[in-house]
Design a protein around this ligand. Structure first.
Ligand SMILES: [Zn+2]
Length: 275
């Protein structure tokens, strides 16, 4: 392929192969050095912003409310096996349901959110103060938080490394970072999709409801954490809300993981501590 005018966000190298090339001018590239997968060029910020307006959140706040509460309870239960009731920052807090639940369980809470619709909703409807914008502009002092969470946020960011460095700065020493992202190596789901739809599962389409700029594996996530000053404690399956058929397919991958250690399930949940 002709040279690409960018460098890898994870390792800084600039040799890539094309993973997908059917939605010009966008392509999905894979770094030949560290295997990070990402969209290039990024859709512009205005295009990204329209994806996170009232329509994006309506289902979550209305139809899916009860299911989502159970999802947040599951995630918080796991987190509370390691830490309890300290100062927690949720980066990209969305509709604020996770923060509300954490607050009810005695956590001191803070949130950031890129979408002004969601930030206003959380501030006004739930009474939780949320910083609207990028985490670097929030002005949090260093060593501010015991726990930082990012639930399916990292894949939407244009510069994940810069975010992780800022989180390292504002976390207390030995503070806990919890990240959930889709898994680019969800091979069982990819095979099921190919069988059912007779075409491969795409990583990017400019018309997707959610634009994922980056696609992580357990290996690239580990490298990100190592490069930004974290020790990875655990990478396990993350369970979001999805259709019954997808849940069934994923459960095969989860069983395989518990039998073999192979991380080919749908989403990764990562626990790391600040060194
Ligand atoms: Zn790389």
């Amino acid at each position: 392929m002709k040279p690409v005018e960018t460098s890898c966000n994870l390792c800084g190298q600039n040799s890539f192969k094309v993973r997908e090339d059917d939605d010009p001018p966008f392509r999905v590239l894979e770094c030949l050095n560290c295997r990070l997968v990402f969209v290039h060029p990024f859709p512009d910020i205005a295009t990204l912003a329209v994806h996170y307006d009232a329509d994006y959140y309506r289902d979550w706040i209305c139809q899916q409310k009860n299911k989502r509460i159970r999802m947040w309870e599951g995630r918080l239960n796991k987190l509370e096996k390691r830490r309890q009731g300290e100062h927690l920052l949720d980066v990209g807090c969305g509709d604020g349901a996770f923060l509300k639940l954490a607050q009810e369980r005695g956590w001191e809470i803070s949130g950031t959110e890129h979408s002004s619709f969601a930030a206003n909703y959380v501030s006004e409807a739930l009474g939780i103060p949320v910083f609207c914008g990028e985490i670097f502009d929030a002005g949090y002092p260093e060593n501010s938080f015991d726990v930082v969470t990012m639930w399916h946020v990292l894949e939407h960011l244009t510069d994940p490394k810069r975010y992780l460095r800022e989180i390292h700065r504002i976390l207390k020493p030995s503070g806990l970072l919890v990240i959930a992202v889709p898994n680019v190596n969800d091979y069982i789901m990819q095979a099921a999709y190919r069988l059912g739809k007779r075409r491969p599962l795409k990583l990017f389409s400019k018309d997707d409801r959610e634009i994922h700029l980056y696609h992580f594996s357990d290996k690239t996530l580990r490298n990100y954490l190592r490069n930004t000053g974290f020790e990875c404690l655990k990478i396990a399956p993350d369970y979001g809300i999805t259709e019954y058929s997808k849940k069934m397919v994923n459960s095969i991958a989860v069983v395989l993981y518990y039998m073999s250690g192979l991380r080919i399930f749908n989403a990764l949940e990562v626990y790391a501590t600040r060194i």
